[in-house]
Design a protein around this ligand. Structure first.
Ligand code: PGA
Length: 255
């Protein structure tokens, strides 16, 4: 189907800018023998974007840059917030939007997620929109309607050209940082349902091009199982993205 695999690291609130600069350099060294078949992206905290972006540019690294959040307005009196164009200015390619930690601890709703998704596209970057259910929702067998609702609301009002470039990360909340995981088949079932939802909104040709990542306790040892599934086009990686060798192992698994 020609979807390029994407492996993105979410460094969360772990790295200083100096640590990030070293981590991206170490990662590039680990990946130096690879051919660029898989797209590799790192996501430092805001304060690390400049340093990481500088290393990427000076060393001509084939590594993309993601921010972990942004505001939906282009500018304004929003103390502490970061506008999309400020990220573009630092050569950010992707913005993670609606991560479950943002939804849980910072009051993100499907509505704010949707506004951010649109703002990121309007600024010229690509959102990685996160969706996923809690354990309670999964055990109530309500994963599909719940995630479908998140996708329908979060991806509403896009142009077809935007929708096909959107990246959706399916991250079951109970699998994030826990070592627990769905089976690859059940992750694929949800990914397929997400693709069908986008297909119903924007047409099957758009849905076929859109990439869907799996996230939640992805490690070098289990990555290949998830990446072999037909509707899973890569991964969003937290803990294992903080060490160059383990992240590189996950990127290799995507080849
Ligand atoms: P994890 O985090 O890989 O540490 O489970 C994934 C994420 O939060 O994106």
């Amino acid at each position: 189907m020609g979807r390029r695999m994407l492996v993105a690291g979410n460094w969360k609130m772990y790295t200083t800018s100096g640590e990030g600069a070293i981590l991206v350099q170490d990662l590039a060294d680990e990946l130096s023998d690879l051919d660029g078949e898989v797209e590799v992206v790192v996501g430092p905290p805001f304060t690390g974007l400049k340093a990481v972006s500088t290393v990427i540019e000076l060393d001509h690294l084939e590594i993309g840059l993601a921010a972990q959040d942004c505001h939906w307005e282009a500018e304004g009196a929003f103390t502490g917030a970061i506008a999309p164009r400020m990220l573009l200015d630092l050569h950010v390619d992707y913005v993670i939007v609606g991560h479950s930690e943002r939804r849980e601890y910072f009051g993100e709703t499907d509505e704010t997620v949707n506004r951010k998704v649109k703002a990121v596209f309007e600024a010229g970057m690509v959102p990685i929109m996160c969706v996923g259910e809690t354990l309670v929702t999964r055990e109530a067998l309500e994963t599909d309607p719940y995630v479908r609702g998140q996708v329908t609301a979060g991806a509403a009002g896009l142009t077809p050209e935007q929708a096909e470039r959107l990246v959706i990360a399916y991250e079951p909340i109970w699998a994030i940082g826990t070592g627990r995981m769905p089976t690859p088949e059940s992750a694929n079932d949800v990914a397929r349902m997400i693709r069908a939802t986008i297909g119903a909104m924007y047409g099957p040709p758009v849905a076929v091009k859109m990439r869907i990542l799996y996230g939640g306790s992805v490690k070098p040892e289990n990555a290949k199982m998830f990446f072999s599934e037909p509707d899973v086009d890569g991964g969003l990686v937290g803990g294992a993205a903080l060490k160059a060798d383990s992240f590189a192992g996950i990127v290799r698994a995507a080849h």
